[in-house]
Ligand binder design. Structure first.
Ligand code: DLL
Length: 436
């Protein structure tokens, strides 16, 4: 089902909507948000200079640092009395990034989430278990509100408490699960460990995942634990932009449709800040259209992806963004080679004997970078055979060398020995100190 006609407009009409809203947004932010007005003045650009979508390029960027510099609400464009909800980013260090919504913002946000729920196959008949942690994280209340909008029955489970998760999945006839992909995998494994076969014993057939990436091999793992009936899509967003609701995969599984009547995506080279043509990989920059409390122009997301404008078989005409391949700041530089954790994950998940959980440790030994990847075996009987273990270890090293061009150390550990996460997984520890 397609939720809104705006998802299927001819490109010229999408562009016309974007231009009209862009002009209003730039005027609005210039008049109401001093830090942004100062930036525009410094760049010598006035709202009236924006006459075409091409003019977007001339506007200054907004950075995460702007939120820090104007903490907590210096980028807001409305009075406190007009704010009906606050959320905050999921970052764990330092002050969070605080975001606010007016009543209209909430409506727009949750409507955009309703769209992506439909993209993933949700309907009013679904019983949805939300296993994102409730709290200031936008994921839980965002998916909660969007699913309610389409008429699904929502269970606000929150994360953790595996026994209760499983009990509700069984007793309530849950058909749809909302979670981070890493938590969904963990939950699926726990269910299998208890002798429950999701394909036969549960009604679950839809997964709406987000908050962190799901690579294609990880989607395959998802089918292994949840069964072949399980259609899982991912969606993308970030608190600063609204939360979930920026883009979502449809069941054609060929990228995430951007809600382009509310967000203008651009891809830039993160170093030169040049705008790149469609299809090229770079940093996603997003302009929010029509937001009242926290309008953002050219927000540097730090996420790396590419945009595709070819029409999709599902009937939507909105552009699609490819799976996020990493964050510009996630990138590890190891002995001069740029490495994204997603590249490592893709290699690991293609090897049958190892499971989907892994940890990456980077250290400096004798002034050389050393990357150790700890992976779980699927079957602990392998631990009894030195010959098989060392053959597997060298196969993994070879595959990683071919993909990354780097030698790595591999630690193979027993099933279920690595930490599991209820929210976003933390897989990388970098212990290197500058220059040492
Ligand atoms: O994670 C919003 C969200 C919640 C989106 C639930 C979808 C579902 P933040 O906590 O501000 O907001 O974190 C935003 O998470 O910049 C990405 O790096 C990452 N991220 C979110 N969705 C995806 C995804 C929410 N589908 C940051 N693929 C973003 C890869 C994702 N990374």
């Amino acid at each position: 089902m397609i939720w809104d006609k705006e998802e299927t407009l001819p490109r010229e009409e999408i562009k016309a909507i974007q231009l009209a809203k862009l002009k209003d947004t730039v005027r609005y932010i210039y008049d109401r948000v001093k830090p942004y007005r100062d930036k525009m003045d410094a760049a010598g650009i006035k709202p009236d200079d924006v006459q075409t979508l091409e003019d977007l390029k001339r506007l200054p960027f907004t950075y995460k640092a702007d939120f820090r510099d104007h903490y907590p609400d210096g980028l807001f464009a409305v009075d406190k009395k007009d704010i009906v909800r606050y959320h905050a980013s999921s970052g764990t260090t330092g002050k969070p990034t605080v975001v606010g919504y007016t009543r209209n913002d909430l409506d727009m946000w949750l409507n955009n989430v309703a769209r992506l729920a439909c993209m993933g196959g949700a309907t009013a008949d679904d019983v949805a278990q939300i296993s994102f942690g409730y709290g200031t994280f936008t994921g839980a209340l965002g998916l909660h509100g969007g699913l309610e909008k389409i008429g699904a029955s929502v269970i606000p489970m929150s994360s953790g408490n595996t026994n209760k998760q499983i009990m509700f999945l069984q007793d309530m006839g849950v058909t749809l699960l909302v979670a981070t992909p890493s938590y969904a995998l963990h939950l699926g494994e726990e269910i299998r460990n208890r002798g429950i076969d999701p394909e036969k014993d549960l009604k679950l057939h839809i997964g709406l995942f987000g908050g962190e990436g799901m690579t294609e091999p990880m989607r395959d793992e998802m089918h292994k634990v949840w069964g072949d009936q399980f259609v899982c899509t991912q969606n993308y967003g970030m608190s600063e932009l609204c939360g979930p609701g920026v883009a979502g995969e449809c069941t054609e599984l060929c990228g995430m449709h951007v809600n382009e009547d509310w967000f203008i995506p651009e891809i830039i080279d993160p170093e030169t800040e040049e705008v790149l043509p469609p299809g090229e990989l770079g940093e996603l920059v997003v302009t929010c259209l029509g937001k009242e409390a926290l309008p953002l122009v050219r927000y540097r997301t730090g996420d790396l992806t590419r945009l595709m404008y070819e029409p999709c078989k599902c009937g939507r005409t909105t552009c699609r963004m490819e799976n996020i391949s990493g964050r510009a700041d996630d990138m590890l530089v190891i002995r001069g080679v740029n490495v994204f954790p997603t590249q490592i994950e893709e290699v690991l998940l293609k090897i049958d004997e190892i499971g989907p959980h892994y940890e990456i440790l980077v250290e400096r030994r004798n002034r050389l970078d050393v990357m150790t990847i700890t992976v779980e075996l699927i079957d602990d009987r392998l631990l009894d055979s030195y010959a098989k273990l060392s053959e597997l270890e060298s196969r993994i090293k070879k595959a990683l060398k071919a993909q990354l061009g780097l030698a790595t150390q591999i630690r193979l550990v027993a099933p279920n020995s690595l930490q599991r996460f209820e929210g976003k997984a933390k897989r990388v520890t970098d212990l290197r100190k500058d220059g040492l």
